[in-house]
Ligand binder design. Structure first.
Ligand code: ATP
Length: 223
């Protein structure tokens, strides 16, 4: 289980996240929604151990953030909003590079299969000539190489075509349900959030997303 207790984060005098608490059970996909600047990425960055909270506690299974960060990182797959790939390498080279520096043990066939799971079949093509959506698919595949138990996905499907998005969504649901992965997912696409997520949290004071999701019968919660 991922447990977040009374988490607070400010930048300067601006409090972005104010005493936020929630838990994520194995097998759950949690949607985080809110307007631009609400604090979704800040939340994911803290869960990825890249930013420290001002106060509050986070734990993953029996591991405490701040004390066990090295062990925690091995269990995390993080897709940031910015794409992080080697442009001059092809897809195969990127996958094998990231496999080597990750804690996973996957052979070339398994790495290729992972790309195909993301609907990416351009194995020998340099990243620099891939479309934006294809780069996103590769970025997502890289985050899954070490079979993480906690997936933090910050708008991972921006620019990905609808068919691929549906297939990636189905893949993520299978990963969550069959392999007990915990997934936190941000998106501005409410259809995607509604169809993919088991529970949805609205960050920030603006009731806009809360009202939309409530009308759609999704019982969102305010953070
Ligand atoms: N390193 C930083 N220093 C100062 N302010 C920051 C920093 N990182 C984020 N912020 C501020 O924190 C607020 C929350 O940003 P964040 O990126 O978490 O929002 P978001 O909900 O992910 O937005 P978006 O939907 O646009 O991705 C913003 O006002 C942003 O300017």
């Amino acid at each position: 289980m991922l447990r977040i207790s009374e988490l607070t984060k400010s930048f300067g005098k601006k409090t972005i996240l104010d005493s936020i608490s929630f838990t994520v059970e194995p097998g759950e996909i949690i949607g985080l929604v809110g307007e631009n600047g609400a604090g979704k990425s800040t939340m994911l960055h803290m869960l990825a151990t890249l930013t420290t909270p001002d106060s509050g506690d986070i734990s993953l299974k029996d591991l405490t953030y701040g004390k066990n960060n090295k062990k925690i990182r091995k269990q995390i797959g993080f897709v940031a909003q910015d794409i992080a790939l080697w442009n001059d390498f092809n897809v195969k080279e990127n996958m094998t590079f990231f496999e080597k520096i990750s804690w996973g043990h996957k052979n070339k066939d398994e790495l290729r299969e992972l790309c195909l799971d993301m609907n990416l079949d351009k194995w020998d093509e340099p990243v620099k000539t891939l479309s934006g959506g294809m780069k996103r698919k590769l970025n997502l595949a890289v985050s899954l190489i070490h079979d993480p138990s906690l997936l933090l996905l910050d708008e991972p499907t921006v620019g990905i075509d609808l068919k691929s998005r549906k297939e990636i969504g189905a893949y993520l649901r299978t990963q969550a349900k069959q392999n007990e992965k915990m997934i936190l997912y941000t998106s501005h696409d409410m259809d995607e959030i509604e169809s993919l997520c088991d529970r949805i949290y609205c960050i920030g004071n603006d009731p806009f997303y809360f009202d939309i999701l409530t009308k759609a019968g999704k019982s969102p919660k305010l953070l």
